[in-house]
Design a binder for this molecule. Structure first.
Ligand code: MTE
Ligand code: MO
Length: 375
């Protein structure tokens, strides 16, 4: 069993699959603190967790077709200038379980908590690529490919790529991280080195990084080419052509209600209930506003943005935690709550899933709607 050497996990994580291990944080715990504790951070593994010895670990960095390459040990990486960022990582399939209600899709049945926020410390990928001699204005080089040390039974490793401009931009804040919330990165999250590409879908944040290749081309991995792409609601598995859609990079604006949860009995106090959640947008956009309604949109209440980091867009990599105090007319037995967020580009969420449905169940960011009972 290739999974027998996987690490121990916290009992509170709610598994979506066990081999490979995939699990999310209980939503009410997610909004208890701005920084998600390492042991409660959602896990999304496609393959067994590799066992990496930090003493012999080496990272290869190269430009496709050129002789010169860099081989860096963990100590050598740690000697480069340190850079720390706070960034939210979210899976492209977060909230898929709601989209599925329109029509089935292929993918893990994620709730609203395949997302988390951490402070990440490492070295700028830009510094490493400059050391290798990469010129950010190079006309030919366009992508930076990442290979993980995790592999499938045929020996194929997990892989993904991001555009070279993102990797080379000072404002892109892409780092080769060796710390998550002040500790060595836990095994499930990419020990000893993981690339953090803030503002970009989880799938490009390659864990257990083994090799970096600067290239004219995107990664040819399954996950870059034939997965993690969006399509029209009318595209099905017979008509889909993965070459026709771009790989997801920056994610669209999203929000979710985390407390209360669907079906929960909530006590009305002083004629009000309190609703809490998160909101986030990709590409370094910041949350400008979150609106909540309990009457199908006749009345919207503007949520308090309880915790937001001070970074300005387009370098605002972390989520915003919010809460709203919603008045409830006396005698009301149940309500449906809706939440939607607006980001600093004034982009907002679609109303329903019907017209954003796609066969992989990604980019599932319609208004979050939950029904609760009142007592
Ligand atoms: N990197 C490797 N090497 N292998 C993987 O399976 N999964 C990706 C990404 N990086 C993955 C990976 C996906 S799809 C997501 S959403 C994030 O890691 C999840 O990161 P986490 O497990 O630290 O939350
Ligand atoms: Mo993911």
């Amino acid at each position: 069993d290739p999974y027998s050497t996987d690490p121990q996990r916290h009992a509170a994580l709610k598994p979506a699959s066990v081999k490979p291990f995939n699990a999310e944080t209980p939503p009410f715990l997610l909004v208890e603190q701005f920084i998600t504790p390492n042991e409660l951070f959602y896990v999304r593994n496609h393959l067994p967790v590799p066992q990496v010895d930090p003493e012999t670990y080496e990272l290869e960095v190269e430009v496709e077709g050129r002789k010169k390459c860099l081989v860096l040990t963990l100590d050598e990486i740690k000697k480069l200038p340190r850079h720390t960022i706070t960034a939210t990582i979210m899976c492209a399939g977060n909230r898929r379980s709601e989209m599925v209600k329109v029509k089935p899709v292929k993918g893990l049945n994620w709730g609203a908590a395949a997302v988390g926020t951490a402070t990440w410390t490492g070295v700028r990928l830009r510094d490493v690529l400059i050391k290798l001699g990469v010129d950010e204005d190079d006309k030919k080089l366009k992508h930076v490919q990442f290979e993980g040390l995790d592999f499938d039974p045929t020996g194929k490793t997990y892989g993904a790529s991001v555009p070279l401009w993102k990797a080379m931009s000072k404002r892109g804040d892409v780092i080769l991280a060796y710390e998550m919330n002040g500790e060595a990165i836990p095994r499930d999250h990419g020990f000893p080195i993981r690339v953090i590409v803030p503002g970009v879908v989880g799938a490009r944040n390659v864990k257990w990084l083994g090799r970096i290749v600067v290239s004219e081309n995107e990664s040819d991995s399954h996950w870059q080419q034939n997965d993690y792409k969006g399509f029209s609601p009318s595209t099905d598995w017979d008509t889909v052509d993965f070459t026709k859609s771009p790989a997801i990079q920056e994610l669209p604006v999203i929000s979710a209600i985390c407390k209360p949860s669907e079906g929960e009995k909530v006590k009305v106090e002083d004629g009000h209930i309190v609703v809490k959640g998160y909101a986030w947008s990709g590409g370094g956009q910041k949350i400008a506003r979150v609106d909540v309604t309990a009457d199908g949109g006749s009345t919207w209440f503007v949520a308090n943005l309880d915790h937001q980091d001070s970074a300005e867009p387009p370098q605002h990599w972390s989520w915003t935690l919010w809460s709203a105090r919603i008045p409830i007319p006396s005698g009301t037995k149940q309500v449906e709550l809706w939440a939607k967020a607006v980001d600093s580009c004034y982009n907002t969420q679609p109303e329903t899933f019907k017209n954003i449905w796609n066969l992989r169940g990604v980019l599932s960011n319609a208004y979050h709607r939950i029904k609760i009972k009142l007592v």
